[in-house]
Ligand binder design. Sequence first.
Ligand code: ZN
Length: 239
Amino acid sequence: MSHYTDEMLDNHMAEEHYSHRIGWLRAAVLGANDGIISVVSLLVGVIASGADKEAILVVAVAALVAGALSMAAGEYVSVSSQSDTEKADLEKERIALEENWDVEHAELALIYQQRGVSEATANQVATELMEHDALGAHAKDELGLSEIHSARPLQAAMASAAAFVSGAAVPVLLVVILPMENLGIIIASSSLLLLAVLGAIAAKTGGANMMKGALRMATWGFLAMILTTYVGLVFGGMG
Ligand SMILES: [Zn+2]
């Protein structure tokens, strides 16, 4: 009779789902930060160069689209190669099980022994798990592949692009709705504020100090904007 109550099991499952959600939230927040920093620093540079509103709008939309696609492409390529590696490992494992069942059994039992169970129990567990789903047991306990970690390149690419757009949309919308007067200052300061908030959220999700997280993100954003403004002023002065 198991001495775990249903409540204990529910709490454990909730914990596991919570860490999964945190992972996603953190990736989304960091993606949004990328969107804000790369688009707003580009815009303040172009504004500093003396470009007119139409040119600034074109740059804003082009930067959003280019950034989202490059994030999606990067994520798709990196997750696809992870998926390729996983598939190759699984295929190798499948062949090894076909050709050397006993060796694979001993290997799995050793893994359980190293986790602290007796040799007899380890052998019994390995036998029962391999009878039930040999490849699944080796994938999970030897290769560390579980449902959570199975790569979904397209989903990851879409999530990354969406996170970027959710950040980049803020400075772009400000360019659309605001007049030219003080445009650079307004989008720079509101983006810095947003970066600080997102930096704090990212820190919170990682269990780190929120103030430090906010300052860290705002400082990098500020640095990027200062440098691109300088570039814009230099090129603008040449015109
Ligand atoms: Zn194996």
